[in-house]
Every structure is written in structure tokens, then in C-alpha cells.
Design a protein around this ligand. Structure first.
Ligand code: CP
Length: 315
């Protein structure tokens, strides 16, 4: 059996793993920008994209990453699959492993689903690497890695200098955000002060691991921040009787020219996408050539997923 590395969450990565992935991400990004291509280190390897929830950025950047490295990429048509005959995630994963999957890029809703897939693979002695591509409201580790790499590149930092001394405010629906659940512990491990900000019903009861402070007060949360990361309100994860007054939300928590002026004059804005323009972020901020990192995050998705595939394959 080949040795593979699963990537199920930020907590499952050592500091050395994180440094390795970020270092390779920035190196691959520089090579791609210079027009160089990797030789095909994953030639003849098989990558399955198995997404139980919708995706544009993650699924396609893993597909592009796999193709750029010479892998065969199979996108599982979940809507037309035997999932609708009641087949479980576990049995679906094992079925695809039996077809020769080297990488299983998995997005699923339930807590613990990704780790259960890893356990099933290990119990069967299989050498498929399980990669978390977003798990319900619980984690999205490759998004956090690409976000960290985007900040390092934008600020001319390295994985060694990390995010030391930076204040990063994450604003929005923190209770339902898998992105925040992975970004907060990663950014804190890299040395940042992480602040959470949002309305009471969108904040957890207690500050999670890595979060230095939580507040409903946007002014306090934005004050002197270096990075403002705003999140989509996840209407699909709110309870059926919850409703959001989107005009009031923009006024209290939106990233607008006015609210951004509370942060450092050099503060940069991030959003993992997809965005609700005019709600959590105004269009002029999202498209701002100097302040917005949003499309740079998307671009960093490809080298990050290439570095993650290298890591998973133990290359
Ligand atoms: N950021 C992110 O996970 O986007 P997708 O849902 O489009 O993959």
C-alpha cells in the first residue's frame, strides 16, 4: 500500500505540514505566473470529485489542479448517482475507491462525514487520500490554506514569518461558516489575532479555538484591522423560522466604504465566495483594485490545491 496523507481538517495538520503546503503553494503560484508548468507528477493517477453540496470554486480548482498535474479527473454526477437509491457516503466512497481512486475530494454536509470516510478507507487497507473540500458548517481546510497563502503573497510575507502581528476580523454568519471554522485556528496558529463579529444569532455561544475576541459591535471589530474577511449569510443553513433583514444587515455588518474606513487605511478585504453583493459587501469594495483580494483568493485556489495534492500523494 502506498503512503498517502489524508487532509481532513486543520487540526489534523502539523505545523510542518502547514509550512510545507504554504511553501509549495507560493512556489507553484510563482511558477504558474511565470508561465512554467509542472511536469506531470500525477500522471495516470485518478482523482474523484465527490460533492454532495454545490460548488464552483472548490470543485473546479481541484479539477484544474489535478489536470495541471497530469491526473485523470472524474466528477461524480451525484444528482444522477445511486445516492438517490439510498447509498450512503461511506459506501459511495468505498465504491469509487474500488474503481481505483487515488484522491477522493469530498464535500459533504454532516459533521464527521469526512473523517468517517477516512476511517472506512483505512479499515479497508486502501491507499486513497481523502481530502476535505468543505464539511457542512464544520470545516473547509483547503479554503483556509488558500486564504492564508493569499494574505502571505499580498503582504510579501513567507510561511516562516506567517501572519504574526496582523489583526484579522471575520464578519458575518460565523455560526454556520465552515470557512471561519478552519480559518480561525489556522490564522491563529500562523500568529494572527482573530476577531469574530456578527449579530448575536450568528455568533457561537463561546469563542472557538483561535478566536481572540467576539463582538456584535462592527466599529470595535473593524478598528485597526489589517484584514476584513466577510462571509455570506447562509440562508440555507438558518432555521426555517429565521429571517434576515438584509438592509439592516448591510447597515450593521456590511463591508462598505464607510465601514472599511474604520479599519487600517491599508486594510484588505476578503470573501471566500459566493457573494451576496449589496448585503455583506458592496460591489465597489468587492471590485476595488487595491483593497479587494477576492479574485486573488480564487486564483490562489489552483496552486493551493496542487500543493495539497502533492502533500496527499506524499510527493
Ligand atoms: N469558497 C467556496 O468553497 O466556494 P464554492 O462553494 O464555490 O466551492
Amino acid at each position: 500500500m502506498c503512503a498517502v496523507n489524508h487532509l481532513t481538517g486543520i487540526d489534523a495538520l502539523s505545523d510542518a505540514d502547514i509550512r510545507q503546503i504554504l511553501t509549495r503553494t507560493l512556489a507553484i503560484d510563482a511558477a504558474l505566473e511565470a508561465g512554467h508548468h509542472l511536469d506531470s507528477p500525477l500522471q495516470n493517477r485518478l482523482l474523484f470529485n465527490l460533492f454532495y453540496e454545490n460548488s464552483t470554486r472548490t470543485s473546479l480548482s481541484f479539477a484544474v489542479a489535478g489536470m495541471r498535474m497530469g491526473a485523470h479527473v472524474v466528477t461524480v454526477p451525484v444528482a444522477a448517482s445511486s445516492v438517490h437509491k439510498g447509498e450512503s457516503v461511506r459506501d459511495t466512497v468505498l465504491t469509487l475507491c474500488a474503481q481505483g481512486a487515488d484522491f477522493m475530494v469530498l464535500r459533504a454536509g454532516g459533521a464527521g462525514t469526512i473523517d468517517a470516510a477516512r476511517k472506512a478507507v483505512e479499515e479497508h487497507g486502501l491507499s486513497t487520500a481523502i481530502i476535505n473540500a468543505g464539511e457542512g458548517a464544520f470545516g473547509h481546510p483547503t479554503q483556509a490554506l488558500l486564504d492564508a497563502a493569499t494574505i502571505l503573497k499580498a503582504l510579501g510575507r513567507t510561511p516562516e514569518t506567517g501572519l504574526e502581528g496582523l489583526t484579522i476580523t471575520i464578519v458575518g454568519d460565523l455560526l454556520h461558516s465552515r470557512v471561519a471554522a478552519s480559518c480561525a485556528p489556522l490564522f491563529a496558529r500562523l500568529g494572527a489575532e482573530v476577531r469574530y463579529c456578527g449579530p448575536g444569532e450568528m455568533l457561537p455561544d463561546q469563542a472557538p479555538q483561535g478566536v481572540a475576541s467576539m463582538t456584535k459591535d462592527q466599529k470595535a471589530a473593524f478598528k485597526d484591522a489589517d484584514i476584513i474577511m466577510t462571509l455570506r449569510i447562509q440562508l440555507e443553513r438558518l432555521s426555517a423560522d429565521a429571517s434576515v433583514d438584509q438592509v439592516a444587515y448591510r447597515s450593521d455588518y456590511g463591508v462598505t466604504s464607510e465601514s472599511l474606513s474604520l479599519a487600517k487605511p491599508t486594510a484588505l478585504v476578503m470573501h471566500p465566495g459566493p457573494m451576496n453583493r449589496g448585503v455583506e459587501i458592496d460591489g465597489n469594495i468587492a471590485d476595488h483594485p487595491d483593497r479587494s483580494l477576492i479574485l486573488k483568493q480564487v486564483a490562489m485556489g489552483v496552486p493551493t490545491r496542487m500543493a495539497v495534492l502533492e502533500f496527499a500523494a506524499s510527493l
